[in-house]
Ligand binder design. Structure first.
Ligand SMILES: NC(=O)C1=CN([C@@H]2O[C@H](COP(=O)(O)OP(=O)(O)OC[C@H]3O[C@@H](n4cnc5c(N)ncnc54)[C@H](O)[C@@H]3O)[C@@H](O)[C@H]2O)C=CC1
Ligand SMILES: O=C(O)C1=N[C@H](C(=O)O)C[C@H](O)C1
Length: 250
């Protein structure tokens, strides 16, 4: 069986360099290009890449994906910064290339994806839910893409179940003290030397609390999800948002 021809964008970054190693070590894949900032995107076409793994920056990802989709190159995207406007633009781009697949995964770690799924399932049964994400201090954005997605999934599940807004008697607060409001769910971001990527979802009801916590201790935690994404995206045209859609969670 022929190997999947894979390129990595952001190849010198923290997660990109790990992805270069993981793709290079996968028996069913061939690393055909490893691009950093300033490298020519045409290399993707010249190298015959079938899938691009996009791990750059929110400022670069849209242009890179436009190029990939226009050239029929599938993409597995971990880069953050996805607004509704950006997703709408990508969907429009994909309409002109209907056989191309794009997976955007706010988090490639299986444990993080399961945490999001469990949190969404639990959210309707508790009065209060807050999300705390904790990352290394070199991270450019806050809150994390994972925390934003987690809060959105929680909010959607609570809205569907007809939950009341969360109780919060705060009248006076220093700005930021109650975190960011993502669809009514407070999200708090910690930046601390020594950490990598961690998240807690705190759920509270009368007389009880439930804490869901996930820890990525090394960038290797994201690699099984990236490799799964590469294998599945070639047969999954259009936009898929969230690795959970590839995990057959039922
Ligand atoms: N979905 C997931 O599971 C994960 C997502 N991320 C996200 O991935 C992104 C990258 O994170 P890090 O590796 O920590 O950042 P980083 O800053 O270490 O790496 C980004 C790299 O992309 C390069 N780059 C910038 N523009 C480029 C372009 N146009 N073409 C090629 N390379 C370009 C930079 O020079 C840098 O080497 C962030 O958005 C981060 O939040 C990070 C870890 C896991
Ligand atoms: O920048 C990171 O490190 C990470 N970014 C992603 C995010 O913003 O959710 C995924 C993971 O949290 C690591």
């Amino acid at each position: 069986m022929s190997k999947l021809r894979v390129a990595v964008l952001g190849a010198k970054g923290r997660i990109g360099s790990e992805a270069v190693r993981a793709v290079g070590a996968a028996a069913d894949m061939e690393l055909v290009a490893a691009l950093g900032r300033g490298d020519r995107l045409e290399t993707l076409v010249e190298s015959g890449a079938q899938v691009a793994v996009e791990l750059t920056t929110p400022a670069s990802v849209v242009g890179n994906l436009d190029f990939c989709v226009r050239h029929g190159i599938h993409a597995v995207v971990g880069t953050t910064g996805w607004t509704d406007e950006r997703l709408a633009h990508l969907r429009t781009t994909l309409e002109a290339s209907p056989e191309t697949g794009v997976l955007i995964a706010p988090n490639f770690s299986i444990g993080a994806v399961l945490t999001m799924t469990f949190a969404a399932k639990a959210a309707r049964w508790f009065e209060s839910v807050e999300v705390v994400e904790l990352h290394h201090p070199n991270k450019a954005d806050a809150p994390s893409g994972t925390a934003t997605r987690t809060a959105q999934l929680i909010a959607a599940a609570r809205a569907e179940a007809g939950c009341a807004p969360q109780p919060d008697a705060t009248v006076t607060a220093l700005e930021g003290a109650r975190g960011a409001d993502v669809d009514g769910v407070p999200v708090h971001a910690v930046r601390l030397r020594g950490l990598l990527a961690h998240q807690e979802v705190l759920l509270g009801g009368e007389g009880e609390t439930l804490t869901l916590r996930h820890d990525s201790l090394h960038h290797s935690s994201f690699m099984p999800g990236i490799l799964l994404g590469v294998r599945r995206v070639v047969d999954t045209p259009g936009l898929t948002f969230g690795l959970e859609n590839y995990l057959d969670l039922g």
